[in-house]
Ligand binder design. Structure first.
Ligand SMILES: Nc1ncnc2c1ncn2[C@@H]1O[C@H](COP(=O)(O)OP(=O)(O)OP(=O)(O)O)[C@@H](O)[C@H]1O
Length: 357
């Protein structure tokens, strides 16, 4: 559906050239929800704006629905753009027009008659759950409702692609979830291809099939959501993931209060993680019966990524050293990853870090 090949965007200024996007190649198939994450300034907005040529790349090609947008004449490009909807962080609604008029706006040159436009607007407002707000004005709506109107408007011309530029960043967590639910529904109902840019891994985790991580204009890592969450290779990706799984924060809290850990000489602290149908419970029970090793779970986070369960636990293994090693090998042979945590070193490091702050 979308193919970006060696796309670069350079902004020239007197002082310096800014390489906002640097040689990015990405393919997004039809019907996929694709996330682009990165810190502020990574180049996400610039990259996503090349998909509808709001930003013309300095180099590379942009192919959407088998058309190379860069080679299109202005009239052809206008037609192609109708098939690419876009929503923004601040909704961009017209304050002086009603909700129905806002949604009808993209249809003004569609060739539809007035009654046809009215029917289409009613259908779109129904799709986003706002049929009762058609005569209201944007100022009378909550942020979540305004984003629903923006979504209805972006769908007016039946697009095949929807670009979402930080679409939930101005919303509270509950409203964010409801907008993500709506996007998920539209993706499934309309086979809409969705590209979401965000700095929140939580958003990616909720809705995306695949994700790309950006830094300094480059895509540093990309992959399906389960692989990225369970086997990230880049440090930046790991940082983003820990914000969504909360494991790092839990570990920091435990290290801040070593009495909570209360480790004995035969104890080891570890972070264990697993993917897929196997749950940790029977395996942990087996460590006790097979090896005489007890497992104390200090923190647990189990969630579903695209219907695949992914578990992350912080545990203390207690038992005789050689039995502990056998128990850990047993977990590993059952596809459970075990990372031993050198807690003394971590506590020293943690104390240094907090002093530095
Ligand atoms: N029109 C422009 N002219 C000059 N520099 C620009 C322009 N647009 C973006 N930039 C620069 O390009 C880089 C990437 O910006 P971009 O907005 O794409 O990042 P981002 O990852 O979307 O960040 P944010 O999440 O803060 O929007 C930044 O250094 C930015 O200052």
């Amino acid at each position: 559906m979308i193919s970006l090949k060696n796309v670069s965007v350079t902004f020239n200024s007197k002082e310096q050239d800014i390489h906002a996007v640097n040689d990015v190649t990405l393919t997004i198939p039809k019907g996929e929800v694709f996330g682009i994450v990165g810190y502020s300034g990574a180049g996400k907005s610039t990259l996503v704006r090349t998909i509808n040529l709001l930003q013309r790349p300095t180099a590379g090609s942009v192919i959407v629905a088998d058309q190379n947008l860069i080679q299109l004449k202005p009239k052809e490009l206008r037609a192609a753009r109708k098939k690419i909807g876009m929503i923004f962080q601040h909704f961009n609604l017209m304050a002086s027009r009603t909700i129905a008029e806002n949604v009808a706006y993209p249809l003004r040159k569609s060739g539809l008659t007035k009654p046809e436009i009215k029917a289409r607007v009613a259908e779109l407002l129904d799709l986003v759950g706002l049929s009762d707000k058609s005569s209201a004005y944007p100022s009378q709506l909550s942020g979540g409702q305004k984003q629903r109107v923006a979504i209805a408007r972006s769908l007016a011309n039946d697009p095949e692609v929807l670009l979402c530029d930080e679409a939930t960043s101005a919303l509270d967590p509950k409203t964010t979830l409801s907008i993500l639910e709506l996007l998920k529904e539209l993706n499934q109902k309309l086979a809409l291809t969705i590209v979401i840019i965000t700095h929140e891994m939580q958003v990616v985790k909720e809705i995306c099939h695949r994700v790309a991580v950006m830094e300094n204009g480059h895509v540093v890592e990309a992959g399906d959501i389960v692989s990225i969450f369970t086997e990230p290779t880049e440090q930046l990706t790991k940082e983003f993931i820990s914000t969504a799984t909360h494991t790092d924060r839990a570990l920091a809290n435990l290290l801040k209060h070593p009495t909570l850990l209360n480790l004995q000489s035969d104890d080891v602290l570890a972070n264990i993680s697993y993917v897929g149908a196997s749950t940790s419970e029977p395996l942990i029970a087996a460590l006790s019966t097979r090896f005489g090793v007890t497992t104390n779970i200090l923190f647990g986070n189990v969630e579903f990524l695209q219907e695949t369960p992914v578990g992350n636990l912080i545990v203390v293994f207690s038992g005789e050293s050689s039995q502990r090693s056998k128990a850990i090998a047993y977990l590993q042979s059952n596809q459970v990853k075990v990372n031993l945590i050198n807690h003394q070193q971590k506590v020293i490091q943690f104390k240094k870090e907090t002093k530095a702050i």
